[in-house]
Design a protein around this ligand. Sequence first.
Ligand SMILES: Nc1ncnc2c1ncn2[C@@H]1O[C@H](COP(=O)(O)OP(=O)(O)OP(=O)(O)O)[C@@H](O)[C@H]1O
Length: 776
Amino acid sequence: MISTQVTVSPQAHQDIRRLGRGAKDALGDFVRRLRADRTNRALRVLPVRAAGDNGQLCTAVLDSTRMVLLLETEENRLTVLALREGPLAYDELTRLTVDINPVSGGIELVDQAEVSANVVALPERPEPAGAPEPDSPSQPTLNLPVRLFARFDDATLTSLGVIASLLPALRKLTDARQLDALLAHNLPELTKDVLLALHGGMDPDNVRQHITSQWKADEQVDPHDWAQAARRPVSQVSTEDAAVLDALGSSFDAWRLFLHPEQQRLATATFKGSAKVTGGPGTGKTVVALHRVRHLVDQLQPGHTRPLLLTTYNTNLAADLRHRLQLLGGPELLRRVDIKSVDQLAREVVEEQPSLRLGRPIDDETALNLWHTVCTEAGEYEFDVEFLDSEWKHVILAQGCGTCAQYMRAPRKGRGQFQRSQRVRVWALVEAYQSKLAEAPLQTTYAQIADQAARMEEHRMSRVEAQAHYKEERGGLDLVHREAGSGMWLKPRYQHIVIDEAQDLSSSHWRMLRAMVRPGSNDIFLVGDAHQRIYSHQVVLGQLGIKTPGRASRRLTLNYRTTRQILGSAHGLVAGETFDDLDDGVDTLDGYRSVLSGLAPQLYRAPDWQTEMRTVATLIKERHDQYGTPYEAMAISVPDGASATQIALVLAYPPFSIPATQLGKDGPQSSEGVRIGTMHRFKGLEFQRVFLTSVSDGQVPHQRIEIHRLSNPQRYRQEEQRGRSLLFVAATRARDELVITWNGKASRYLPRDAAQQAVNAADLLAGEGPPSTSAA
Ligand SMILES: Nc1ncnc2c1ncn2[C@@H]1O[C@H](COP(=O)(O)OP(=O)(O)OP(=O)(O)O)[C@@H](O)[C@H]1O
């Protein structure tokens, strides 16, 4: 007997999230019983009305208080469309308008009665003078209510994806408060997104380009074909039965089940070669990478090997990826995937060669100190140590320059003017630096390890290719002793590689990764965002053998993490700067938006660091005690290690007594307590409330970049951009609340009127500050 297929629609999923644990358990139980026996009379599946040519809407009973609305399209296929509880459940379900969206082809619901009662019925309030709608210069006079979407006709709205059954209610809206109330309803995602974008001032063409196109069904939508509509991924939280059942039994995280159509396409598409996904912070790039991994693993032949590599910038993020992949696919999935940071991977490759004496890798700070020693000993003060370190990593090692002559010829695109005589002097310092590393105890740098690993992998891949070629010539026959000494045929390390945080990988990393997988279908899938580049220098992936032409380069634009208010301010930090697309093109944040709404970022100015620290401690305690935010969901950024220790002490002692833990390079040292770390440590993470401290003049950006302002304007611009990106990364980690504090003068990256807008920290500590608005 073919078992009954039961899927859950995205809006039913929203119902379950809203109704909580009991509803989820009841639905899980119901789905299991339905799958076991569709005819089970205890479920009371009763027809309500026909849907199109081949569908039937039914209600069914979950338990004594809950009911669901189902769509039955084929004998054994049922979609849960909505869930309600209480004595009115049946009436509420049967009055729902259920349609196929002509743009996305998804099945969508609107509760007209609820919308009218709670939204349209809000007392009308004209928009205040001075706040005209964007793009509508000629507004009616004050007392006439302005219809919010008056300038878009019905045909435009529906062609953009707004569900037609909502139009009558929509036409009655006159103020943003009503719109907020409307959006708080369980509406179809596409409709919400389009309305927000239009209300935010995006014009219809842009909406079509950035939103509608991503939802558009691949084929012509037939409004009468409900069987096909039910099969489309946009009508289901997950296309896999098992995933829905698992999720109903355990946690029901949205990202694990329901992907935005563009995310879904990227996760499951077949690419001829490599593919690249860019997108602003919080657009679900990591989520796509994880689903991509699951999809690729699903296509593998059964086995016990790990032919798939999932890699990222540092160990902390690799641990996070492992955790999230485990949530997505459990141990079965993890078993086929190697998860490590690129540097760890490089190290393991180099360690495979026992004849190589590797030396102890030094951290960035030790490397800079060593450059300092080298310069002092050579009496050479023209170049600063950060510059030397970066020249060594991103020009000399990246291009494999082994001699001064090679370095003299190496292109230095985007790194400013550099005379021949300067190169000669830099080379002398590089040689001195290398000798220092070679002294006992032998030391090395991660950049050297990556470079060495890249060479080794390139060599290995050339042998793989040579063997493959040989085998082809021999008509497919293996020759066991072909590989002298080893008696083995070499294989590429991996079949597929998936890379997160791609913007911060160096050329050596890319060379290594490129050589770990044979060029071919779905070889490399990378996600990243140049706006968030804080470590490495720009690379041109095409020149490193990773080509992602046309549809193989895609961009995500919907932010799932950060509220519009926080996003708006963070966006201002990088607006006006030019960013690459990890290749030789330009990337922008056009169309970048959020469907979440919340508080504007809060600013606090303090006279000194002591007061600033106590202010942050006071705010954190209040968020915890009054609003129940767990300490581990809050994070504080500090300028350096010493400040981290100081603020941890302030938090630890009365009157605060707040537990805290430092964010190290392997993540937080404890699972409990407020996280404290430099902005660099915030990369890739997410917190409910974020407190950025010392966003002061001279700290953000650091005053040391000033020495380049006149002497090296190109370098100055680079440092400036990196400083902005760092603050941008830190600010966009916040889900609900962003608090920015400083002492003395505010950073010039903050808005000009930041000091006027800010609360005086001294007033807050004296108990005279404004009441907190942190209830997010
Ligand atoms: N389809 C989705 N449905 C619900 N939540 C989602 C979806 N996609 C992503 N998210 C959530 O959005 C947040 C950001 O996702 P993710 O970490 O993948 O973004 P990112 O683009 O990698 O961010 P960053 O570049 O800032 O590191 C996470 O909380 C994730 O669970």
